[in-house]
Design a protein around this ligand. Structure first.
Ligand code: ACM
Length: 534
């Protein structure tokens, strides 16, 4: 009897160890119970919609389409109150918005969610439990299975973001869609589209056509190291029409991704001044769209005409983007021109301000008031905190976590995007082995080590940390392939920290799972950095 007991224990232990090896999921789900066996998809497998909620249809169709594309198997989708086999979508109103349950046995795959959104995340998990070929867009014959298990899952944070800078380099709509595709695979739900920069304005604004005909084109581009000061002598430009923006927004919404547009002000605005010099402090100056990297001293002047201009721009932007947040930058605004400007100095006196820093706060507060009056919320880099904000404004902490901590203590919601953990333009391996990057040293292990539950915050203050974001700044990233290389695998650390429950950091386990999903990443043709993975 005793030996039977120990034998059984050994068998269970062995199964669990094996299970640990085979469930290779990123992000790690909140709760996974291994179940022996696999579900096998066959010709006659039916996808059953056991819910009246229309939002599940699109997700069932995504499953059907991906199976059809990768394997040629054409599964039927049917509506029925219940089914004891096949794939069944069930509405469970008690679950959170993005939560899901995924129960896979040898007979049945049941997906429970409140709506299509949770079902969509269940689908991403299901794909990781299937052979990597499921991601392929080339049809091949393979055994379509899903590892049996029971999963209960929900995200830790509601904001799981990636930023792409399209100002330094323009990335075509096709790549923006691919970026969204890849974000969705790893359950990221917010795309921060950095649309304007000193080096290029990339969004069509109908009222100000020079923003696209002039501000979107620079006469040449710095190449190589900044210290070399070399230029390519080739004009460079590109922008998104409003129709393209709408197309991307619609595409993102199918993947349950919200897009936050960023329109930089009052700094990082040299490209605007190239077309509309009257918005600068030296209207007689010949401004040009910046051709080199760094922080430009050519900034917007806080004149009434400037506010009218930016409010008109934001009005068009807000009409396009349905999300609640509008990012207005607010970072890195040198004060030299404001110090030298008679207009600015008179304004400081007239408003009773202490200095140019308070003038910047005045600028941000006015824009904040405007955005808020239109029913939207302001988001900005942590510099915006310096002069007081409307209560619903959100702060993006980039200079470490300090700004975010301060903002949370002032009851503002915060997105943590500390440069030392999530600036994906930094080198991820020994620079000698890597293509040219801006600098820094940010390995996958370092990104993974970030813990947003900060000891400086009380439990109440910590509730203001709504999520995390990684940023792909593109001064040294001129192609989609290189952008992907810098994004992956570090975006997987972002995925895990922002989705999975707080857990003791176990880099070895994380790395094992990253390696486990490499076949899937290969099938998706992700151009990831292989250092330390192969
Ligand atoms: C930033 O990196 N200037 C937000």
């Amino acid at each position: 009897m005793k030996s039977f007991f120990w034998g059984l224990c050994a068998l269970i232990l062995c199964f669990n160890l094996q299970a640990q090896e085979s469930y290779q999921l990123i992000p790690k789900p909140a709760k996974l119970t291994p179940v022996p066996g696999k579900f096998l998809f066959q010709k006659n497998t039916v996808i059953t919609l056991s819910t009246q909620d229309e939002s599940f249809n699109a997700v069932a169709t995504m499953l059907k389409d991906q199976i059809s594309l990768s394997s040629g198997l054409n599964l039927a989708i049917k509506s029925s109150s219940a089914s004891s086999k096949g794939v069944v979508f069930v509405q469970n109103a008690s679950l959170g918005d993005e939560a899901y349950r995924l129960n896979i046995s040898t007979k049945k795959i049941e997906i429970q969610a409140k709506s299509g959104k949770g079902a969509f995340y269940a689908l991403q998990t299901l794909f990781q439990l299937m052979p990597a070929q499921i991601y392929s867009n080339v049809t091949s014959s393979y055994e379509l299975t899903a590892l049996a298990c029971q999963i209960e899952d929900a995200p830790r944070f509601s904001y799981r973001g990636m930023m792409l800078d399209v100002g330094r380099y323009y990335f075509p709509v096709s790549f923006i869609k691919r970026f969204l595709d890849l974000m969705a695979v790893y359950k990221l739900n917010t795309f921060h589209w950095h649309l304007t920069e000193d080096q290029g304005w990339r969004i069509e604004i109908k009222k100000y056509p020079l923003l696209t005909s002039v501000s979107s084109v620079r006469k040449e581009t710095m190449v190589g190291h900044y210290r070399d000061q070399k230029f390519d002598n080739k004009p460079y430009g590109g922008f998104y029409t409003q129709d393209e923006i709408k197309e991307v927004i619609a595409y993102a919404s199918k993947k349950f991704i919200t897009i936050i547009p960023e329109i930089e002000m009052p700094g990082h605005s040299q490209a605007v001044l190239a077309a509309y010099p009257e918005l600068g402090c030296n209207p007689d100056k010949i401004y040009q769209v910046a051709t080199k990297w760094g922080i430009s001293e050519d900034v917007l002047c806080p004149r009434e005409e400037t506010f009218t201009f930016m409010e008109n721009v934001l009005t068009e932007v807000m009409a396009l983007f349905p999300g609640q947040y509008i990012h207005i930058g607010g970072d890195e605004c040198p004060k030299k021109q404001w110090k030298e400007s008679r207009f600015c100095q008179d304004l400081i006196k007239k408003l009773g301000l202490k200095d140019e820093h308070e003038l910047q706060s005045y600028f941000i507060r006015r824009i904040d008031k405007f955005v808020t009056s239109k029913g939207k919320k302001l988001l900005g880099w942590d510099e915006i905190l310096e002069g007081g904000l409307s209560p619903n404004a959100m702060v993006m902490s980039w200079r470490g976590t300090k700004g975010g901590i301060e903002a949370a203590k002032q009851n503002h919601d915060v997105v943590m995007s500390p440069n030392s953990f999530f600036y994906l333009d930094y080198y991820q391996a020994d620079p000698k082995t890597q293509p040219l990057a801006i600098g820094g040293n940010l390995t996958l292990a370092k990104s993974y080590s970030f813990e947003p539950d900060l000891p400086e915050l009380t439990a109440e203050e910590a509730k203001h940390i709504v999520g995390i974001q990684a940023n792909v700044w593109t001064e040294y990233i001129s192609t989609p392939a290189y952008a992907e290389y810098m994004t992956f695998p570090r975006a997987l650390a972002l995925s895990e920290i922002s989705w999975s429950p707080k857990q003791p950091k176990d880099y070895d386990d994380f790395l094992r799972r990253v390696k486990g999903i490499l076949p899937g990443m290969d099938a998706l043709k992700i151009n990831y950095c292989p250092v330390g993975l192969k």
